[in-house]
Design a protein around this ligand. Sequence first.
Ligand code: B1M
Length: 208
Amino acid sequence: MSVFTKITNALYEGDAEEIAVLVQKALDEGEDAQTIVNDGLVAGMNVVGADFKAGTLFIPEVISAAEAMKEGLMILKPAMAAANQESLDTILIGTVEGDVHDIGKNLVAIMFEGAGFTVHDIGVDNKPEDFVKAYEEYKPEFIGLSALLSTTMPAMQRTIEAFTEAGYRDKVKILVGGAPINADFAKKINADGYAGDAVSAVDLAKTM
Ligand code: B1M
């Protein structure tokens, strides 16, 4: 069984200790950090999501899997950040109001840090005014909004409208992402860009 399959299985079991051992082992064996994320951790989380949807896995198990994923990401963070020490622009990132999903957002933040951006992560369940207040504090070139629920997609739109109302909309590039988001929705809510995953989000910001 490959180390990636073992990571996927341990994530499904929510075994954070085993994840830590396996992720470190994969790194020691010379596997690329991004490959460990995609082929091990995210692959495992996709199975968790599918079984949760099918009703064969429940919230406590999903939370354990999420904790195990965070443990794996913590171990991989230095390897991903070491890839680039160049100092680029600043990004403010957070999950929108009503939404507590943060694993994808954390991964996006790690990738931006790894690419040399200064990252201000304001966490989850942020009201539009929380984003505006944080913008006033950090004055970033970019804002990244994350939403994982179809019910919190409108909060993304309200957040962008809050920037228009505050007079900041043309001063900052707003990028959006998360499982239910797509390029059409991004255009509809007047975002500057949509990225389907963490690597594309960084690539997109670099082209702007
Ligand atoms: Co929730 N959940 N959840 N959940 N959860 C989903 C999202 C769901 C699809 C599961 C399902 O039904 N199959 C479903 C949403 C359905 C929908 O609306 N379409 C769902 C639901 C319904 C819920 C609750 C309502 C369940 C309930 O209470 N009945 C509830 C809502 C809570 C709330 O937010 N108010 C809930 C709760 C939870 C937990 C707390 C148990 C836990 C979150 C723990 C945490 O994050 N700390 C959880 C989890 C873990 C999931 C699944 C299983 C995994 C999400 C994840 O971490 N994926 C998820 C099913 C799934 O997605 N397979 C599910 C891995 C992560 C790396 O991917 O987050 O997509 P992702 O991020 C990617 C891209 O989307 C993108 O890049 C990332 C990395 O490549 N990206 C961006 C993300 N943000 C970006 C921002 C950008 C750019 C790219 O900006 C520039």
